[in-house]
Design a protein around this ligand. Sequence first.
Ligand code: ATP
Ligand code: MG
Length: 392
Amino acid sequence: MREIILLKLGELVLKGGNRRSFEEKLMHNARRRLKPYGKFQVYTRQSTAYVEPQDESCDMDGAYLAMERLFGVVGIARAYACPKDLDAIVAGAREYLAPKLTAAGSFKVESKRSDKTFPMTSIQISQYVGGELQDAFPHLKVEMKRPELTVHVEVRDYAAFVHADPDPGAGGLPVGMGGRAVCLLSGGIDSPVAAWMMTKRGLGLEMVHFFSYPYTSEAAKEKVFDLTRKLVPWCGRLTVHVVPFTKIQEEMRRVVPEAYFTLVMRRFMMRIAEQVARRTGCECLITGESLGQVASQTTQAMACTGAVCTLPVFRPLIGMDKEEIIRIARKIDTFDTSILPYEDCCTVFTPRHPRTHPKLEEVEEAEKDLDVDALVAEATSAIERVYFSPEK
Ligand code: ATP
Ligand code: MG
């Protein structure tokens, strides 16, 4: 018997077929993420997924870190698997949890018995194991309300498991359960957070980045790749579609009145992102816009940019303050990369006095001298795809 990882599954409101597809997606995602760490068996029983290493060479620390980033999991614990025998359970707990039992001042035992043929009730198991552990660690006080350590004993079908309090899991829904989306990824703080938030709600992502060489440098593109690498542990495999945007921006500079420049540019981004969505089987778009943050993120401006798409546009940061966004960026470790000082194509030709309350007719008028379809087709046909995988 050996150590395993237990994943407590979330979204308990899900019922019937949804519940099954939740579990299947979650297991599929878990198996893929575990690949770099050795051979594991993954299966679910009663709202718990079991991650069992198949041999001694498995990297349990790496696997644990990977599972902490698996959406759909609300709690995660390393557990000791032992035979379904009280003395084996006590011996297992005493040895496996020794460092924690030594460090804690107070404890309790909480038992669950899903194997109803086991000859003791949960309460009897807790009392017995608790008594034995107190004999072995006499400094420990039993504390039912707020113990420093809770020893969990689970008697299941094939084995018993002993573990300490679970760590919080990533929450959300398994990636892919909500369909697929194209995320517009700049090098800034906001869009990686938007990508993470929607992945958390079960969307599988394709990344689109607009690149205006030589106005934006190779280093700026590398920064977007670095951000993508940071997102892969949460999102799984990702493809970045790098769209050459220079010609569109130069054409715009030639014919579009300066005040409408950002709006027209953002409309191009949305059109091209939608094309990528159609080609890759995505059903919605995601941006990192937040209401009122910049001139192009007013209600009227977003109405003008959204007007070129037929797919729904999700803006998960719309009601968030910068501080709240930064808190998430730090948590997912994208912040330090995002603040590196490289230019974005949005900042290359910024109007001095952008229109903040534009009307759709004005914006359409501003772009009337552009051959929009041809520019979109040309940029789309020259997309470069770069692949990122947790298995690398
Ligand atoms: P961010 O921090 O994500 O760059 P921002 O506050 O700087 O956002 P804008 O530059 O106005 O805002 O961009 C708004 C949104 O448009 C971004 O969150 C992103 O989704 C998309 N976007 C902007 N620039 C690019 C780009 N070069 N490639 C892909 N998407 C982009
Ligand atoms: Mg930006």
